[in-house]
Design a protein around this ligand. Structure first.
Ligand code: GAL
Length: 417
C-alpha cells in the first residue's frame, strides 16, 4: 500500500469518526448567501445537489444584492438575535470581523484531517483562519480586474483587444460611433468600486498596494490618485443614462444582447454569459483590464460557520468537507466563473477564460502581484471600504470633482481608521 493510499485511508477514517458516518435524517444546513443571479444560482445548485447526494438537506436563505451588502445586514440581525444560520457566504475582512466577536465555529478537525493547509493559498488562509483555527471553507477565487467584451462589438470596432488605456479608450470610442453603449455599468457603490479597483491597479502594482492596502496618505491624495479619478471620469462618459442602481447582471445582459460593448466586472460575469449559452472566444472575449496583465485583485467567497447547537455541527463539517473536495471545486467553479480555491485542481474542465484565470492567479501569487480586492472586502475592513465607496460613488455621479477627489479619499480613510 502506498503512503498516499495510507494517508487517504487515515483521512477517511478520521472523517468518519468525526462525522459519525453518513448523514442521518435531519442533517440540514441553512445557508445565507447572495447568489441570486442566473449564473450564480446555477453554481449554487451544484453545491446544493452535491450536499443532497450526501444526505444533507438545504434550507435556502438568499438575500439579493451583488457584492453582499444586504446579505451582511441580514446576517447581523440573525446573529444579534442569537440565531445565526449554519453557514454564511462571506468575504475577506468581514470574516475576520465576525471572528473577533467570538461567534464563529471551528472547522479545524476536518481541515487538519484533510490537509487544507497544504493546498489552500496563504492569501486565502489569512481569512479562513483566525487564532490558528479554521473558521471558513473557501469555495473559489474570483478576481476583479477583467473586461468582458462582446465579440461582435469588438469585431465591429476593429477586432483588436486593447492592451493599454489609450487602446481601451479608442475601442470604446469606436463602439460609441457604432451606435451602442460602450460600457455596460450598474451604478451601485460596490460596482463603481469594482471599476476603481481595476483603474488603480492599472496605474501600477506598487500604487495599488500603497493606496488600497497600506493606506498611505501620500498615495491616497497624490497625483497618481488624481489620474485614477481622471480615468474614472472618462469611463463615466461611456455609460448610458439609465445606469443608476442597475444590477450587475443586467449590465452583463446588455453585453450579451449586443446593446453594449463591454463590462468591467469580476469573473462572476462569465457565469451570466455561460448561462445565456454564450462561448468564450466566439460570443465574448475576456481580457484583463488593460495595463493590469500579470497582476490580480482577488476576492474569495468562503462559507463561514457560526457557533451552532451540537445537532447542527455535523452538517457544518460535512458541508465544509464537501466544499473542499477537488472534484467539487472543479465542477462548481466551471459554472461560477471563478477558479478553484485549492492549488491542486486540474484546469482540464475549464474554458479558456477559466484556464487564463488559473494561470494568472498562479503567476501573480508567484510574483507578489496578487492583491486583495478593495471593492470586495479583501484589502481593508468594511469601515474603511465603505468610506472609500462613498468618495468613489460621489465622484462617479459628478457630485465631487476630479481635482478634489484624492484629498477627500485620503480624509475619508483617515476618519474611518
Ligand atoms: C462578489 C462575490 C461573487 C459574486 C459577486 C456579485 O462579492 O464574491 O461571488 O456573487 O459578488 O454578486
Amino acid at each position: 500500500m502506498s503512503l498516499r493510499t495510507i494517508t487517504k485511508l487515515a483521512v477517511g477514517a478520521a472523517l468518519i469518526a468525526l462525522t459519525s458516518g453518513a448523514a442521518k435524517a435531519g442533517d440540514n444546513v441553512e445557508v445565507l448567501h447572495w447568489w441570486t443571479s442566473g449564473g450564480e444560482a446555477s453554481a449554487l445548485d451544484v453545491l446544493k445537489k452535491d450536499l443532497e447526494s450526501k444526505g444533507v438537506t438545504w434550507s435556502d436563505m438568499p438575500v439579493a444584492g451583488g457584492g453582499g451588502e444586504a446579505a451582511m445586514t441580514a446576517l447581523r440581525a440573525r446573529v444579534t438575535a442569537g440565531n445565526p444560520p449554519t453557514a454564511v457566504q462571506a468575504l475577506g475582512f468581514d470574516i475576520t470581523d465576525w471572528a473577533k466577536q467570538g461567534v464563529v465555529g471551528d472547522l479545524s478537525e476536518v481541515a487538519n484531517a484533510e490537509g487544507w493547509d497544504k493546498v489552500i493559498p496563504t492569501a486565502l488562509q489569512n481569512f479562513s483562519k483566525y487564532d490558528g483555527k479554521w473558521i471558513a471553507a473557501p469555495v473559489n477565487v474570483h478576481s476583479t480586474n477583467w473586461v468582458w467584451i462582446s465579440k461582435k462589438a469588438l469585431d465591429a470596432a476593429g477586432g483588436k483587444e486593447p492592451q493599454n488605456w489609450d487602446e481601451f479608450v479608442a475601442m470604446l470610442d469606436k463602439m460609441k460611433a457604432n451606435g451602442i453603449t460602450p460600457l455596460a455599468h450598474g451604478g451601485q457603490p460596490w460596482q463603481d468600486a469594482t471599476l476603481f479597483d481595476a483603474v488603480v491597479l492599472s496605474l501600477g502594482t506598487d500604487f495599488y498596494k500603497s493606496s488600497m492596502i497600506d493606506l498611505d496618505p501620500a498615495a491616497l491624495s497624490g497625483d497618481k490618485m488624481k489620474e485614477a479619478f481622471t480615468r474614472m471620469e472618462k469611463l463615466r462618459s461611456y455609460v448610458d443614462d439609465n445606469f443608476s442602481g442597475r444590477d450587475w447582471n443586467l449590465a452583463s445582459a446588455m453585453v450579451i444582447e449586443g446593446k453594449a460593448g463591454a463590462q468591467m466586472m469580476g469573473d462572476w460575469a462569465k457565469g451570466e454569459f455561460l448561462k445565456a449559452g454564450q462561448k468564450p472566444g466566439t460570443d465574448f472575449v475576456c481580457i484583463r483590464f488593460p495595463g493590469t496583465q500579470g497582476a490580480v485583485t482577488f476576492n474569495s467567497d468562503q462559507f463561514m460557520m457560526f457557533k451552532v447547537g451540537e445537532d447542527k455541527q455535523k452538517a457544518q463539517l460535512m458541508m465544509a468537507s464537501a466544499i473542499e473536495d477537488p472534484k467539487f471545486q472543479s465542477a462548481f467553479n466551471v459554472v461560477k466563473g471563478s477558479v478553484p480555491a485549492r492549488t491542486d485542481v486540474p484546469n482540464t474542465a475549464f474554458d479558456d477564460c477559466g484556464k487564463k484565470g488559473m494561470a494568472d492567479l498562479a503567476e501573480a501569487n508567484e510574483k507578489g502581484t496578487l492583491f486583495g480586492s478593495m471593492a470586495h472586502g479583501h484589502a481593508v475592513p468594511a469601515s474603511i471600504k465603505n468610506a472609500m465607496y462613498d468618495v468613489i460613488t460621489r465622484h462617479f455621479n459628478g457630485d465631487l470633482s476630479t481635482a478634489d477627489a484624492p484629498a477627500e479619499l485620503a480624509a475619508a480613510v483617515a476618519a474611518a481608521k
